[in-house]
Design a protein around this ligand. Structure first.
Ligand code: CP3
Length: 337
């Protein structure tokens, strides 16, 4: 059994595996090298050989316990026929999409458009580097995906009116879930060992809409992942109540953000926990990194825990700091064994 599966399935507290969100990305010179020659990000995600290579870059460098497939949560709107572009210093920009498109979209067209992602998953799985490691597939949370589809850009810039039409949102979430389900099924079919749900904008939903916008649609997807005998990890960024969230949605693992107090969370939550450390700690110095890393490891010493961050690795991170982080986590594991 892989170290991560031991934590999730056996609730093993004696090992603390490590992987990082956005571990394949702009902080790595070898990624930037490939990116320079591939200005179209979506096209790069659909390039099977390159996607495999990028997925394995951090595994080669750091020997993490899991690889996460190089793709993006916005591949789902792309699969639904919406154009998706990444402009430098602007973030994602999506094209227009009428609602009938979402409602009547052919499942086969969706699958055909995203087939290269599934193919990359099977290529990564075949690599020798993946022995005793898990491959993480992922989707965006239904709410986060709908938000990007309707808002067409990051909500940090503006929030469109359509996002306050409750009956419309509930209706559209149902349709989006159909494709998210397909995307989950296919990633597992082609070799994903675990599915992580990134609900990056869950924190924007107010209390009275949580059931309809977050709990209800996400619970269905987590159930689907469970039916496929695969562990699920949920990352509902910026929510206030992790206890309600985990009690209602019942994922296998919950990823906490860096605003969450780790000592507090273990008092309320029984399931395995992942992540938490602020990625900005990696921008400081080795001494501070050691202090905070050990704080998380010690806090979760007696709780099933997968080391990760409370958000993705920042592009300006020095790769040497990641190397040091992995060393610290491995050292802690040796001490405990
Ligand atoms: O290493 C990994 O984690 C695997 C691949 C991955 C990417 N994006 C690659 C990527 C994953 C899991 C994601 C998730 C994702 N994508 C989320 C959820 C997590 C979060 O950050 O909240 C969201 C909201 C997106 C949408 C998205 N894609 C944004 C906001 C951006 C940044 C745009 C920018 O200009 O900064 C992306 C682009 C993106 N996705 C990059 C990578 C490596 C950078 C692309 C580049 O090289 O310019």
């Amino acid at each position: 059994m892989t170290p991560i599966k031991k934590v999730i399935i056996k609730k093993d507290v004696s090992i603390k595996p490590i992987w990082l969100m956005r571990q394949a990305g702009r902080y790595l010179p070898e990624f930037r090298e490939i990116r320079k020659e591939n200005p179209d990000f979506i096209k790069l995600c659909l390039n099977q050989k390159k996607a495999k290579e990028i997925t394995l870059q951090p595994i080669k460098r750091y020997d993490f316990d899991a690889a996460i497939i190089f793709s993006d949560i916005l591949m789902v709107p792309y699969g639904l026929g919406q154009s998706v572009k990444f402009r430098k210093n602007f973030g994602p920009q999506l094209g227009s999409l009428n609602f009938e498109n979402i409602m009547n979209y052919e499942a086969n067209d969706f699958k055909r458009k995203l087939y290269p992602v599934y193919k990359s998953i099977s290529l990564v799985k075949k690599s020798k580097l993946m022995d005793k490691k898990d491959l993480i597939g992922f989707i965006g949370g239904p709410w986060t995906i709908l938000l990007y589809i309707l808002n067409r850009t990051s909500p940090k810039r503006k929030l469109k009116k359509a996002l306050s039409d409750k009956p419309l949102i509930i209706d559209l979430l149902k349709y989006i879930n159909k494709y998210l389900k397909l995307h989950i099924q296919n990633q597992i079919k082609y070799g994903a060992d675990i599915i992580q749900i990134f609900d990056s904008w869950a924190g924007l939903v107010n209390e009275k809409n949580l059931e309809d916008y977050i709990y209800n649609p996400t619970r269905k997807l987590v159930k689907e992942i469970k039916n496929l005998k695969t562990p699920s990890v949920c990352f509902p960024r910026n929510i206030n109540n992790y206890k309600d969230y985990t009690d209602i949605i019942k994922p296998s693992v919950i990823n906490i953000d860096y605003q969450t107090n780790p000592k507090n969370i273990i008092k309320h939550i029984n399931i395995p926990i992942q992540g938490g450390m602020d990625p900005r700690v990696l921008l400081t110095n080795k001494k501070r990194l050691e202090k905070i890393t050990n704080y998380y490891l010690r806090t979760f010493e007696n709780h099933p825990y997968i080391f990760n961050l409370g958000h993705g690795v920042l592009p300006q991170t020095d790769p040497i700091m990641i190397e040091y982080l992995v060393k610290l986590v491995r050292k802690f594991n040796e001490r405990a064994s």
